[in-house]
Design a protein around this ligand. Structure first.
Ligand code: PMT
Length: 415
């Protein structure tokens, strides 16, 4: 029986269900349906031999999306190329994984679409072996499995029992519910268990009059992805969100605000009780000095606006007597690393995330590219989905906070 927690964790995840040639392929139909019932966005990729066991049409009907079978299919590549598909995924689950597919995966053979995707994908990969018990026990298969484990692939099963070939032993693919529970566990890293994380996201709106405001292009996607990743990592997450059109991630407490001043107040109410503060929001640096009570009328050819500085929320939190581990963001069109580093130093932060602004990065995009800087360190994260980057960022933040806890015990002395 599936737990509602597993369903929640799977919700909204992008999962590639890979199917290779095994009689257990019939279970992939039910797997696809149940993953979709749990709210996952599922794309199915089948090897040629998998199509001998179950038709792509069945999987297309169940996933609601065209099924990918061929590396050289120009139409499929034009719709979503295999590298794009690899970037899109939060997880690749190959179920069933035949002995032949496992051998190809181990050798890095990219001659079929599913193997090529596994090579190109930076998201977690899980395989559910399914084969005759003697094939499973064979030294070659076991050596392949050992290699894949060393490479951090997740091996789900196989189960023991009677097999389609009439034999009994290890080699049965895990049941669908067990596979979904295992996938849910893969999304829950636990690296921030017991930590309280406060995150800001989205833009702010600074009103000029009752109908107009000054704002920016932030969609909130980056901050919401970080909130989701932090919750999956076991943290108790509060998300202070500017006006955005996004659903609240599961297990996240959301506080909606509109202006920089409201965001400042909401953050300060929570900041002293949190362990980690991540300022992803694109907060207005200036607001209109006066907000007109009535709609401003069109009159002269020119009009001047007097703007006054807003309070810097991030700098205020970093200056608290016992500040949380404080992470800023810096979105820049030029001199990215210089500006980001100087913001980190000026605001006295533990870490800053430099975010280039471009056609595939930054504001209102589904993808991003990040440089994570701290006083003695720098990690570059290549272009990827905001969700994947968020999970990587959370892992790095967890490592840095743990490093500080173990070496210093107090405050922010280790940078
Ligand atoms: O929301 P998306 O569409 O997904 O886009 C994500 C993003 C590009 C907005 C995000 O990844 C990002 O880079 N956010 C920072 C935007 C920025 O350039 O901020 P800033 O340089 O103005 O401020 C630097 C830091 O100080 C930020 O952490 C900001 O939250 C914080 N700040 C700024 C001003 C202010 N008054 N208070 C603050 O806390």
């Amino acid at each position: 029986m599936l737990q509602s927690g597993d369903m929640n964790t799977i919700y909204n995840k992008r999962i590639i269900v890979g199917i290779s040639g095994s009689i257990a392929a019939y279970k992939s139909a039910e797997l696809t349906r149940r993953l979709r019932d749990a709210g996952a966005d599922v794309r199915v990729v089948m090897t040629r031999s998998a199509t001998e066991f179950i038709t792509p049409l069945t999987l297309q009907a169940l996933s609601g999306k065209p099924v990918h079978t061929d590396l050289m299919d120009a139409d499929a590549e034009a719709a979503m190329g295999h590298i794009e598909l690899a970037r899109w995924a939060d997880l690749i689950l190959v179920a069933p994984a035949s002995a032949a597919f496992i051998a190809r995966l181990t050798s890095g053979d990219a001659s079929d679409l599913l193997s090529a995707l596994c090579l190109a994908c930076q998201a977690p990969i899980a395989i559910a072996p399914a084969m005759n018990q003697a094939m499973w026990s064979n030294a070659a298969t076991q050596a392949n499995i050992d290699t894949l484990k060393q490479r951090q692939l997740n091996i789900l099963g196989p189960a023991q029992g009677s097999q389609a070939c009439g034999e009994t032993g290890p080699g049965r693919m895990l049941e669908v519910e067990q596979l979904i529970t295992s996938c849910a566990e893969l999304f829950q890293s636990g690296v921030l268990a017991g930590r309280r994380v406060l995150i800001t996201a989205g833009p702010t709106r600074e009103p000029l009059d009752p109908v107009r405001y000054i704002s920016n292009r932030s969609s909130g996607k980056m901050g919401f992805a970080i909130a989701e990743a932090a919750a999956e990592a076991g943290a108790d997450v509060t998300l202070v969100a500017g006006p955005v059109l996004l659903n609240t991630p599961e297990r996240v407490t959301r506080v909606d605000v509109e202006t920089a001043s409201q965001m400042h107040q909401a953050v300060l109410e929570q900041a002293s009780a949190c362990d980690i503060f991540i300022a992803t929001a694109a907060v207005a640096d200036y607001r209109p000095g006066l907000q007109a009570v009535n709609k401003i009328k069109k009159q002269a050819e020119e009009m001047q606006l007097k703007l006054v500085k807003t309070q810097d929320i991030l700098a205020t939190v970093a200056a608290l007597e016992t500040p949380p581990f404080t992470v800023g963001f810096a979105a820049e069109t030029d001199r990215l690393l210089d500006y980001a580093r100087s913001k980190m130093e000026r605001k006295n932060l533990h870490m800053i995330v430099a975010n280039p602004v471009g056609p595939t990065q930054g504001f209102n995009q589904d993808t991003n590219e990040l440089d994570i800087l701290w006083p003695n360190g720098h990690i570059h994260l290549d272009l990827d989905s905001k969700k994947t980057l968020a999970r990587k960022l959370i892992t790095i933040i967890a490592e840095r906070t743990n490093a500080i806890d173990t070496t210093e015990n107090t405050g922010r002395k280790t940078r």
